[in-house]
Design a protein around this ligand. Sequence first.
Ligand SMILES: CCCCC/C=C\C/C=C\C/C=C\C/C=C\CCCC(=O)SCCNC(=O)CCNC(=O)[C@H](O)C(C)(C)COP(=O)(O)O
Ligand code: A3P
Length: 340
Amino acid sequence: MQQNASSTTQQKSADRSTVPPAQSIITDITTSSLEPTEPTEPIDLTTTGEATELPTASTPGEDDSLVVQSLHGLGSPLLPAPIQPPTPPLTPPPAYSRKYVAGLFTFEQLSIFLIYPSTIAVGSLISIVSPPESYFGLRTNFFNVFFVKNGWFWTTITFMVHCIRLRISKPSKLVIRYAFATLWWFLFTQWFFGAPIMDRVFLGTGGVCFVNDPEAVPGDERKVHDSWSSFGCRHVKGEWAGGHDISGHSFLLTHASLFLWFELLPVIMERGPLLRQINTKIVFVTLALWWWMLLMTGIYFHTFTEKVTGWLCGIAEWAIIYILLPGNRTLTTMVGVPGV
Ligand SMILES: CCCCC/C=C\C/C=C\C/C=C\C/C=C\CCCC(=O)SCCNC(=O)CCNC(=O)[C@H](O)C(C)(C)COP(=O)(O)O
Ligand SMILES: Nc1ncnc2c1ncn2[C@@H]1O[C@H](COP(=O)(O)O)[C@@H](OP(=O)(O)O)[C@H]1O
């Protein structure tokens, strides 16, 4: 594409040096309107990317037309090139503002991204100032046990509800993005060649599983159990304590929410009939519940740093797939971009 663009530019400058000024102007008008637009910004995930192919390099046909225009001006000085109305640019302008903040985010993407650290910050602040007595402060509350503890399952269901109404050309890319998100959740919270990543961090920072020893001398009832995972520790009714216990809830709720938001964003930005569908409302209900539960985690559970590390790990996969990859055309072709 670079070569095509530069050869076109060279051709244009050659024309300028040889043809009379009037023809040169005509040639410039026609060529500039046909000029393929080289993206200088990341691929915008808020566009309807999968509805069409990713913007590609100029096709041979397009280049040929540029050459024909130039040759016409050079080879037929007595026959001026017909004035044609400018054709629209090859990349249609987006239907909404696409300003990038720090060259990475659109305004909408940045706003969504900021919801989660602010929620954790506000929750932690409330926990210091005056945490209210609440049903949501109980670990056994229904919303925690039924929804968050099965959080990836409900996120999967919500994602499917969102997907089944889409008309995208490449559903396989959407499954690949889901697979990456699931893989990261799985490695982080369930299994990483043994204990999951979050448990390995806990053990690596000096955490242990304490269990009560009924035969121990009074005052020294607790002994260390050799559980290598929080799951194993819970199984022996032990207490997982001592190390840096990354908040699994902060991780999961952030990771799942960013995944759903960024898959839904094209529907939101399109502001069309899809936005009013029940499927969209279901996604918003899940997002609202995840946000509320994150706020509750912020208020009632964990230390501030454990919630921050949970959040940081929760944005890791999202940052790669939805923010960094769109800067690389080849890698983006592998995972696609969300669309409608
Ligand atoms: C064109 C239409 C296509 C539609 C399909 C689109 C996309 C879907 C693609 C593929 C899906 C295919 C099959 C999916 C089928 C089933 C997958 C379900 C996968 C699951 O999610 S099962 C696991 C459920 N488990 C959980 O959710 C547990 C979540 N909980 C935790 O991770 C932890 O408890 C914690 C981190 C919240 C807290 O940790 P602790 O404090 O408890 O240590
Ligand atoms: N929003 C929330 N509502 C209820 N319990 C929560 C919660 N956030 C965290 N917890 C509980 O706090 C403990 C640590 O959570 P996590 O490390 O996943 O952030 C877990 O307890 P249990 O392991 O006893 O269920 C979890 O259920």
